[in-house]
Design a binder for this molecule. Sequence first.
Ligand code: PEP
Length: 245
Amino acid sequence: MAPRKLAAGNWKMNGTLASLAEIDQLLADHPRPGCDVLICPPATLVHALAGRVEGKIAVGGQDCHAKTSGAHTGDIAAAQLRDAGASHVILGHSERRTDHGETDADVAAKSVAAYEAGLVAVICVGETEAQRDAGETLDVISTQLAGSIPEGATAANTVIAYEPVWAIGTGRTPTSEQIAEVHALIRDRLAARFADGADFALLYGGSVKPGNAAEIFAIPHVNGALVGGASLRAADFGPIISALS
Ligand code: PEP
């Protein structure tokens, strides 16, 4: 099984019910996309979006708790996301790692919770600019992969997103060679650890736009993108879907 192509949008802390009109437009413009499409809106919109798209595209959360229920004010369990209509959840995004101090072990525990709830975990890894400048990128990614991906991961329940922290929301992107180097490393590590490691979808994320998407999707072992800012509007996300299709 070859990795499936996936265009994933991360709306972060943006959007209200009115914003779902952008998805209506996206579906009108791309009724039969040639790749899987996933939108991860704020948790407040998961249920409404899932009802609106009727399975035509996938809907995901942006985080979940490692526990199934309990006294965790403000948190959301994986099964609650599933109950609201989600099929995926982003885990270990660099903004969660920075803003909420999430560790690789936290991400692995959350991933297990996601699997138990029947969700696909989109596990994010990526180096900071200081780590890249210090020549530590491949070591950092290797450590994050080893610590963040739990046993039990398969190509069916896990997607890996390489997101250099310095490229997120900055308009800066790595060179094609830099992306290729990291994606090859991720593929090697997955193949060494999992029987179906060759089949995991690997996404690149960090300032993907309509203007650079085709070049990024031509890089070996890039099976799609995790897109932040450019996923908010159909006029931007649509051309990215087209470039991947
Ligand atoms: C992201 O939030 O995962 C991301 C890649 O953001 P942006 O596309 O805005 O850089």
